[in-house]
Design a protein around this ligand. Structure first.
Ligand SMILES: Nc1ncnc2c1ncn2[C@@H]1O[C@H](COP(=O)(O)OP(=O)(O)OP(=O)(O)O)[C@@H](O)[C@H]1O
Ligand SMILES: [Mg+2]
Length: 364
């Protein structure tokens, strides 16, 4: 449930807002605008609704103060008048939207939802791929270029190199971004459940079977990310091949064919060619998966990325990092790649107290 902070010095107005939002949001109210900033930093609401006309405090002033907080929540401004000068000023001070009276509850809810969702998708860009190496720059270009096609993408790279992140980024930049992003880890699904997970099942497929959609149907209109594809059993490989070729699924115990449209993204840290040599993976399936292959090199081969990544992982704590610490991080080989770097930094930050983070705080 998203939380929203409503700021107004009139209690009746706060009550009215609460009634309009309480069934969908966690509503926090503040009737003392002077206390608003500490409340925002303490509760970190997903959005703020702020009244422009408050007798004791100008809404514009408070709006500009909110804009100075690190990671400010999106603000929806309310006003008694739709004076264009007010609207322009509010948006200029960083308000995400402006709603003037009279408005209906459904308008309010619609506009609030919009500013929350768009601030969340902006956040995602902040979590996007960090790195200054040529390899990361190439990776970003590849993602931007290939995201728009519907060709299947196979992502290769050692454990912890960022395959999950890249898969999400491809979906986010694709024309299917408004559709679902469905993830299944092939290695983690028990073999007895795998067919019903992937294909879904109809009533009576087996005793106690509850009818449900499989992940291909769930991903309809969006992207399906099958992680650890190298773990797929021979039977599953045959089934996958058939779905990719036919474009429809039949649920277990069902007759109907469900046509589906999805973008398939797969990933593995295994060497599929070796698996093919060992007769553990079908070469015809590999050809189907690798419309486009994206390879993420291990961190030890792109050490230039280490400082930027380390600073990125320290950012939420607002902590600096000393040069001796960066040197120590850069001298290590990182068998667990970026995931291991992230955990090492999180551990070191606890040892560093208030910082800055020094070499002595880093333990491998
Ligand atoms: N270039 C990057 N910029 C920022 N964060 C990154 C980057 N690469 C990886 N990460 C972070 O490192 C962690 C591990 O990445 P991720 O889970 O995508 O790796 P993976 O390749 O899928 O690993 P596995 O093979 O074990 O599933 C995540 O927290 C991810 O956000
Ligand atoms: Mg992964």
């Amino acid at each position: 449930m998203y939380s929203v902070l409503c700021i107004d010095d009139a209690d009746e107005q706060l009550q009215a807002l609460t009634l309009q939002l309480i069934d969908t949001y966690h509503v926090i109210t503040c009737n003392k605008p002077l206390h608003a900033i500490p409340i925002i930093t303490k509760y970190q609401p997903d959005a703020v609704i702020l009244d422009l006309q408050m007798p004791k405090r100008n809404g514009f002033e408070l709006l500009s103060e909110i804009g100075k907080i690190a990671n400010p929540p999106p603000v929806l401004m309310l006003s008694g008048h739709a004076d264009p000068i007010y609207v322009v000023r509010a948006l200029g001070l960083g308000a995400k939207d402006f709603l003037s009276k009279p408005y209906t509850a459904s308008m309010l809810r619609h506009r609030l939802k919009k500013i929350i969702l768009s601030s969340i998708s902006q956040d995602n860009t902040e979590f996007a791929l960090i790195g200054e190496s040529a390899a990361i720059q190439t990776l970003k270009t590849e993602i931007a270029t290939f995201a728009h096609s519907d060709l299947p993408i196979l992502i290769l790279g050692e454990s912890g190199t960022g395959k999950d992140l890249v898969a999400r980024e491809i979906h986010r930049q694709s024309s299917r971004s408004q559709g679902p992003f469905v993830v299944r880890n092939i290695g983690a699904i028990p073999s007895t459940l795998i067919e019903s997970e992937l294909f879904g099942c109809d009533e009576g497929a087996f005793t106690d079977a509850r009818p449900h959609k499989g992940c291909f149907e769930l991903a309809n209109g969006g992207s399906l990310f099958l992680d650890e594809i190298g773990e797929a059993s021979p039977a599953l490989q045959v089934a996958l091949l058939r779905i990719i070729e036919d474009g429809y699924v039949r649920r277990l115990g069902g007759q109907a064919l469900h046509e589906i449209s999805f973008r398939l993204i797969t990933a593995t840290n295994k060497n599929l060619d070796e698996l093919i040599e060992l007769k553990c993976f079908r070469s015809d399936l590999k050809y189907r998966l690798e419309g486009i292959t994206i390879y993420i090199p291990p961190l030890r081969d792109r050490k230039e990325d280490i400082p930027a990544l380390a600073k990125h992982f320290l950012k939420p704590y607002g902590m600096e990092i000393a040069d001796n610490a960066l040197a120590k991080l850069s001298s290590y080989l990182w068998p667990g790649n970026v995931r291991q770097l992230k955990m090492t930094i999180e551990r070191a930050h606890m040892l560093a107290g208030t910082g800055p983070l020094q070499a002595e705080h880093i333990r491998f």
